[in-house]
Design a protein. Structure first.
Length: 309
């Protein structure tokens, strides 16, 4: 695999936040679900996910930058000494253990086996061998606005090709991370790391989330605003009828209790606030213009003046 910084298109001194943003942008463009029938996109997505697994984790990033692990997250074995190093050394130098003083032809016999084979096989007498620890993996999951509010179950494909059934808890927010214990990659001892799934909530036209509250708007006619009316309003639970008070002004907010986002362990839900937007009348004619002129003559209006008329 190529350098993870190059794959995500970030500099080596990029902040963790910049790396996260670059990953989310690249992952969305290459996600297999958005590129059906394109194996090159799937391969690119796997590379992006693997790169983020290394430098998206601050601890792993430090180890990678220090040369302790490679692009796959595997431990780099200790530096080995090869024959060429000695062949190009001083002619009086004899093969020996690292750190020993140079021996000349009259010195005792060199410890040949120690130098070459102990590095390769874990030390004299077969000491501790190289082990790969369990590896954590990271994944970004796009969740529909309604699923984030109400909760859902999703089957997702992980970077290594494995599929996981994930429970999306009701009320989950943008940027939250779900930890799936034991769903990462196994180490040499067979134990697996964890999978960390970062949630990205997709926008939904007509709704905006603010904490545990949901904001929306409803257009009403001038007549409905003046005389009051019952209008249909969309909520995350489905449409409901809402009463518009008589003489309602543009920007008036109506509160729908308990129609917001679940509060998790705290219990209950937030509210939905619906802003009234008065729509200009369609099909205005001379009769309406004359009526408004006569009415405003008796009730002078100046909407540009602070505080209204």
């Amino acid at each position: 695999m190529a350098n993870p910084y190059d794959i995500l298109g970030v500099a080596r001194d990029a902040s963790q936040d910049d790396i996260r943003k670059a990953y989310r942008k690249a992952a969305k463009l290459s996600h297999p679900d958005l590129n059906p029938g394109k194996p090159e996109a799937e391969a690119r997505f796997k590379d992006i996910s693997a790169a983020y697994d290394i430098i998206g984790d601050e601890a792993k990033r430090k180890r990678y930058d220090a040369g302790e692990i490679d692009e796959t997250g595997a431990e780099k074995p200790p530096e080995r000494h090869y024959y060429r190093e000695y062949a190009e050394a001083d002619p009086n130098f004899r093969y020996g253990a690292r750190g020993s003083q140079n021996r000349t032809a009259g010195d005792a016999a060199p410890d040949f086996d120690y130098d070459i084979f102990s590095d390769l096989f874990g030390g004299r007498g077969g000491g501790e061998r190289f082990r790969m620890p369990p590896q954590d993996v990271r994944y970004a999951l796009d969740v529909d606005f309604l699923d984030a509010v109400k909760g859902a179950r999703k089957t997702v494909r992980m970077p290594d090709g494995k599929t996981l059934d994930i429970a999306i808890p009701p009320g989950i927010a943008e940027g939250k991370v779900l930890r799936l214990k034991g769903q990462g990659l196994p180490g040499s001892d067979g134990k697996a790391g964890d999978a960390f799934v970062e949630i990205s909530v997709l926008p939904r036209p007509g709704f905006t989330r603010e904490g545990h509250d949901i904001l929306s708007a409803v257009p009403v006619s001038l007549g409905e605003a003046l005389n009051g009316a019952s209008v249909r309003v969309d909520t995350v639970d489905g449409p409901v009828d809402v009463k518009v008070p008589k003489f309602a002004k543009d920007g008036t907010k109506l509160r729908l209790r308990g129609k917001g986002v679940p509060k998790g362990n705290a219990g209950g839900r937030g509210d939905q606030y619906v802003t009234i937007r008065i729509a200009p009348p369609e099909g205005a004619d001379d009769d309406l213009a004359r009526f408004m002129a006569e009415w405003e003559a008796k009730h002078p209006q100046n909407p540009r003046q602070e505080g209204g008329s």
